[in-house]
Design a protein around this ligand. Structure first.
Ligand code: SF4
Length: 363
């Protein structure tokens, strides 16, 4: 059955009760949002994520099955998680993804089921994903110029991304978000164009500061276009820009939202210059079942081994609860204090442990 965006599904639990019940970390942040990477593979080679020619992939036998992912999700939602986002790599490279979506959508504690995709394969799959119960889609769209995508992501398939966006809208994904990583000298002259494109497609664009995460081996501070700079550029074009004050669930969302005089809204994720670790309620599970409490965490917790060696759901829940209660991660805020900040990892270090890659952790 198709689910309307923003609708409440039968059997869903009241949000207020679940939030107050959520397990909290050492800084009182709830375990509320889970990003599930379903594959570490990607069909683009974006410079801010996968700029190299060769990668070390997770062994196929280590990749969690749909049943294992659904079971883990169920344990997490029993501890307070309400929001689930499917990521990759590129999640649509995982065969038969609508079947996984349907399994997760049946969980009554999940009140927000979303996916982030590069859009290349969305044209063919949007309707099936919607019918399976996916509620929201975010499409990465860093540039409106095909020749820039070719240079920057090594792909000539810009038209497929646009078709993916159109297909998502035809399928009824009416709160579509478009993510653009802004990099000086690459696409920082397209801010207004992207706002106009989003407006014309009833979508909302979110500009993301270029982050020094694992995989961004060519990162340097001077390529980061700060939130302040983006707002200055846009104010010169559009006039006064107002902040949109967050309410409810939005107050833990990573994007700060803004409104132009004509009512058009957009977001900025200022992970580099104004990190939001103090409200961070999200964690990530890789396709092989490694749980990361922070995008910058050096190591993760292996949930696959216990899952495959007969532990009960209660035992898994205890492991997850105790681990989250000890969480003190504030990766981006700690990076802020580093004077000579450069790329987080060199390529040899990433090859030694692919779990350090952002495309493995799910961004
Ligand atoms: S750096 Fe870590 S703690 Fe901070 S917002 Fe990102 S994932 Fe959360």
């Amino acid at each position: 059955m198709a689910v309307k965006s923003g609708s409440t599904r039968p059997g869903i639990l009241p949000p207020s009760r679940r939030m107050s019940d959520a397990v909290r970390d050492a800084l009182r942040r709830p375990l509320a949002s889970l990003r599930l990477s379903v594959t570490d593979r990607c069909n683009l080679r974006c410079r801010y994520c996968m700029p190299e020619d060769e990668y070390v992939w997770l062994p196929r036998t280590s990749i969690l099955t749909f049943e294992e992912i659904a079971r883990l999700t169920s344990v997490f939602t029993g501890l307070g998680v309400q929001k689930v986002r499917l990521t990759g790599g590129e999640p649509l490279l995982r065969h038969d993804l609508p079947t996984l979506v349907a399994k997760i959508a049946r969980n009554p504690r999940v009140n927000d089921l979303a996916m982030t995709t590069n859009g290349l394969l969305l044209g063919k799959q949007a309707a099936a994903l919607r019918a399976a119960g996916l509620q929201r889609v975010t499409v990465s769209l860093d540039t409106l110029r095909p020749e820039r995508m070719l240079a920057f992501a090594k792909s000539a398939r810009h038209a497929d991304v646009l078709e993916g966006i159109a297909a998502a809208q035809r399928a009824g994904f009416d709160r579509l978000k478009l993510n653009a990583v802004v990099i000086r000298g690459f696409n920082d002259d397209e801010l207004a164009d992207l706002i106009e494109f989003a407006r014309a497609h009833a979508a909302e664009v979110r500009f993301i500061e270029y982050m020094d995460v694992g995989g961004a081996t060519r990162w340097s501070r001077d390529q980061v276009v700060s939130q302040r700079e983006m707002l200055e550029v846009l104010a010169r074009r559009y006039g006064a820009i107002e902040p949109v004050h967050a309410t409810g669930d939005d107050d833990r969302a990573p994007a700060e939202r803004f409104r132009l005089a004509d009512g058009t809204t957009f977001g900025i994720i200022a992970s580099v210059t104004a990190p939001f670790c103090r409200t961070c309620d999200r964690s990530r599970i890789t396709a092989d079942g490694t749980w990361f409490l922070c995008l910058y965490a050096r190591a993760g917790i292996d949930l696959r081994e216990p899952l495959r060696h007969g532990v009960s759901d209660d035992e898994l829940a205890s492991l997850i609860r105790e681990t989250w209660q000890g969480r003190t991660d504030r990766g981006a805020e700690e990076r802020l204090g580093i004077a000579d900040r450069g790329a987080l990892y060199r390529i040899d270090s990433l090859r030694a442990d692919p779990h350090r890659e952002m495309h493995t952790r799910g961004g």
